[in-house]
Design a protein around this ligand. Structure first.
Ligand SMILES: Nc1ncnc2c1ncn2[C@@H]1O[C@H](COP(=O)(O)OP(=O)(O)OP(=O)(O)O)[C@@H](O)[C@H]1O
Length: 255
């Protein structure tokens, strides 16, 4: 397994079988530090499977995932999260009965205390610091005016923004986004694109799975195209856009 200097995530020769189905075949993916790397491909291409292998929800049949020199394969999702890998799911995982602000404070406490448990001895000052950090993060994602609302009452787009805030407060080195704009209006999609550009300017590495080509071409530094469980093309957005194999496999008919 050869990894280049500024590569922060290396998916090395990964295979994944589901019974007789070869869902991922010979996947070798290298993500450069500070870049936004998009993974695109038609339905059933293996995108979610790949993401789940990276975050430890699925074990690969063979191969390994290496993050910043540490082999992630074999680690539990929460251990991978503690190493600085955060992810935003298609279905937001939030605490519906807590306020928006409490939702964002929870992972910050977990980061500090090492687990989602109540620390009876934590100081009020420390709690104030975390509250301020959470408020800054809510300002970043445009949810500050909704901080007192129960998270369950938010619109779908706002729930996704909230989940993004819950990731950002962890200050991850690598953020994985599974269709971050799915189900959003064009206006919310554009707001999210601007937000993700802002995060990028702070140097956070991102892997993004996305169907919306407007989002992909607005954000990606590099694109890998999956089809039938294999990477069939990879490169800069303009190279991928013009690649006939990609047009055949995925972009066909979409201009
Ligand atoms: N747990 C599982 N058990 C069996 N087969 C699975 C499982 N998860 C995924 N698959 C199969 O693996 C293949 C890849 O699925 P995957 O969900 O990774 O594709 P995808 O590119 O994310 O698709 P979509 O864009 O539709 O979400 C598909 O044929 C799917 O049916």
């Amino acid at each position: 397994m050869q990894t280049k200097g500024n590569v922060v995530l290396h998916v090395a020769d990964v295979q994944k079988h589901f019974g007789g189905l070869h869902a991922l075949a010979d996947i070798d993916l290298q993500v450069d530090e500070g870049k936004t790397h998009a993974i695109i491909g038609p339905n059933g291409a293996g995108k979610s499977t790949l993401l789940n292998v990276i975050i430890g929800r699925l074990a690969p049949s063979s191969g390994a995932v290496v993050f910043d020199g540490t082999v992630l394969t074999g680690k539990k999702p929460h251990e991978i999260n503690q190493l600085g890998v955060a992810r935003v799911f298609q279905t937001p995982e939030i605490f519906a009965d807590l306020s928006v602000l409490q939702n964002v404070m929870t992972p910050a406490f977990a980061r500090r205390d090492g687990a989602f448990r109540i620390n009876m001895f934590r100081s009020v000052d420390n709690e104030r610091g975390i509250r301020e950090e959470a408020e800054h993060t809510l300002e970043d994602v445009g949810l500050m005016d909704r901080r007192a609302v129960h998270a369950g009452a938010l619109s779908r787009g706002d729930k996704r923004r909230l989940e993004l805030a819950m990731c950002l407060i962890q200050k991850p080195r690598l953020l994985l986004l599974d269709e971050p704009t799915a189900g959003m209006s064009r206006h919310d999609t554009n707001t999210t694109i601007e937000l993700l550009k802002k995060i990028k300017s702070r140097g956070m590495t991102k892997v993004i799975i996305e169907h919306d080509m407007h989002v992909v071409f607005s954000l990606a530094d590099k694109i890998s195209v999956l089809a039938g469980g294999r990477i069939i093309a990879e490169g800069l957005p303009d190279q991928v856009r013009g690649d006939p194999r990609v047009q055949e496999a995925y972009l066909g008919g979409v201009h």
